[in-house]
Design a protein around this ligand. Structure first.
Ligand code: TMP
Length: 210
């Protein structure tokens, strides 16, 4: 069996990426594809423990440098324990967030140096990057409305203000602009069915025989 594919789903909080990932996975499985779903920060137990530290509202005093290294530490474990073995087995990996979140949140949002982030991300991810990244773009106002509708307590990152999310959104848009072949910018305000079809069309052009 050949190498599998690696697709990632990104966007600001409340953009709808997790809903789309679940829908796309279901549709691909129904067509017989061997799909592995995972998320960042998270995946294997060590990375899920790091996730708890990262999103806990108790950790408001965390410095951007600490935050950045924890996201990358979680990624290093995730890549080696879950993502790379799955790709090597020929599975198609759908991951909720990955490297673009680090560039947008820690780079644009927190103001950390993008070149440093790219180099350390490369180290953490052992040089593996997604075949295609889907970015679900929505205005910050819509993101804030959706987050307050969900009703659950906001996590540490979700508690950031609109100004922070505007910077993160700008980061995602800049990334999509500079790598149009690898990063597909989607209108996250579109209807669910239309978005799912759009993504399936792109993925099907990679995975033959679907
Ligand atoms: P989630 O809400 O999509 O599960 O992601 C948890 C939070 O982590 C979300 O607010 C975005 C943030 N994040 C970063 O800041 N940098 C990263 O590298 C990743 C993977 C996520």
């Amino acid at each position: 069996m050949g190498q599998g594919f690696f697709f990632t789903f990104e966007g600001i909080d409340g953009c709808g990426k997790s809903t789309q990932l679940a829908r796309v996975a279901e549709a691909l499985r129904a067509r017989g594809a061997d799909i592995l779903i995972t998320r960042e920060p998270g995946g294997p137990p060590i990375s899920e423990k790091i996730r708890e530290i990262l999103i806990s509202p108790d950790n408001k005093r965390m410095y951007p440098e600490t935050e950045c290294l924890l996201y990358l530490a979680a990624r290093a474990q995730h890549m080696r324990e879950i993502i790379k073995p799955a790709i090597d087995k020929g599975q198609t990996v759908l991951c909720d967030r990955f490297e673009q979140a680090t560039f947008a949140y820690q780079g644009y949002g927190r103001g950390l140096d993008i070149d440093f982030l790219k180099n350390t991300n490369n180290f953490a991810a052992s040089g593996i990057s997604p075949h295609i990244t889907f970015i679900f773009d929505i205005p910050v106002e819509l993101s804030q409305q959706r987050l307050s509708k969900i009703g659950k307590g906001k996590d540490r990152l979700e508690s950031e203000g609109a100004q922070f999310f505007q910077k993160v959104r700008d980061g995602y848009l800049a990334a999509a602009n500079s790598s149009p072949n690898k990063i597909k910018l989607l209108d996250g305000a579109k209807g669910r069915d239309e978005l799912t079809e759009e993504i399936l069309g792109i993925i099907s052009s990679y995975i033959k025989n679907l």
